[in-house]
Design a binder for this molecule. Structure first.
Ligand SMILES: Nc1ncnc2c1ncn2[C@@H]1O[C@H](COP(=O)(O)OP(=O)(O)O)[C@@H](O)[C@H]1O
Ligand SMILES: [Mg+2]
Length: 274
């Protein structure tokens, strides 16, 4: 479904260069759900941006459903690749209503600038809003700017999946939310991923979340994939093991490791006597 072959990205910063992604190869089958963890600046967002086409590769190739999309512009790839970012406002038009945002999202990848909303389409969109289970169907005429962070991100998930993409990219899309909303959005996202069989890549700094969802996990550091866990191996892995692995590689990242400590306190690893 999605093949990344030796992808690299080097940015020029003044007289210097920064290699954000270095020789990364990944092969994802339809329905694979890969979580990505790594220290700050590890290249996680850049990797997703290479897949969406927002950032061009320096070298390497990307294949989507067998098509070489390496040089396909992002707007064209958007029919098959959707993404959601951390900031709930980034994926939506705040001054437009909930329903207008959805109408725009469903016309993405076409040339339509003023998407017409037939009665049937309107009913369909309202039913989808209701399906989110957060009461957004009652606020469909509301400007998105007035919604809570959780409501906006629920809308962003619906918008990203409306066009039935093949690949869904999630860049810390629950990081700005309180724990209750983060859990809600994670559940809504996982429901869509499962029902639409989306091939999904999710960046998170929350190690427990990275272990909880998806069937594969990669750990990134300095632009490289250090380690991959899949299926049974991933199901059995624990947060302390991930922390030890990063520590062993001398990854010193306060946010990543402190968050992991918090998670351990909230949910201690089973001991031998358990
Ligand atoms: N547009 C850009 N221009 C220059 N450097 C960038 C750009 N985007 C990312 N970088 C650099 O690439 C590295 C990886 O960044 P990023 O992919 O955002 O990391 P992560 O998402 O894992 O925190 C960092 O050193 C960052 O400063
Ligand atoms: Mg990032």
């Amino acid at each position: 479904m999605l093949e990344i072959e030796r992808a690299s990205k080097t940015f020029r910063v003044g007289a210097d260069t920064v290699t954000a992604v270095r020789d990364v190869s990944l092969s994802l089958a339809k329905g694979d759900f890969l979580t990505i963890i790594g220290s700050n600046g590890a290249g996680k967002s850049t990797l997703l941006n290479l897949i969406s086409g927002v950032v061009p590769l320096t070298s390497g190739r990307i294949f989507l459903e067998g098509d070489d999309v390496t040089n396909e512009p992002a707007y064209r790839r958007a029919r098959r690749v959707s993404w959601i970012l951390q900031n709930p406002l980034a994926g939506t038009a705040p001054s437009m209503s909930v329903l207008e945002n959805l109408a725009f999202a469903s016309s993405r990848g076409t040339r339509s600038l003023r998407p017409a909303l037939s009665r049937a389409r309107r009913r369909d969109l309202l039913a989808r809003l209701e399906g989110l289970g957060v009461g957004l169907e009652r606020r469909s005429a509301c400007r998105v700017a007035l919604l809570s962070g959780g409501e906006r991100q629920a809308l962003a998930v619906l918008m990203a999946t409306l066009v039935r993409p093949r690949v869904l990219l999630l860049d810390e899309h629950t990081a700005a939310l309180d724990p209750r909303n983060a859990e809600l959005i994670t559940r809504v996202t996982c429901d869509f991923v499962r029902s639409l069989e989306l091939t999904t890549l999710m960046v998170t700094h929350n190690m427990a979340q990275a272990l909880e969802v998806g069937n594969r996990l990669v750990m990134m550091h300095r632009g490289e994939v250090l380690h991959e866990l899949a299926d049974e191996q991933k199901r059995r892995a624990t947060v302390p093991e991930l922390v030890r692995f990063f520590a062993h590689r001398e990854v010193a990242d306060d946010r990543l490791l402190l968050d992991a400590e918090d998670e351990e306190r909230a949910c201690p690893a089973p001991t031998a006597s358990d």
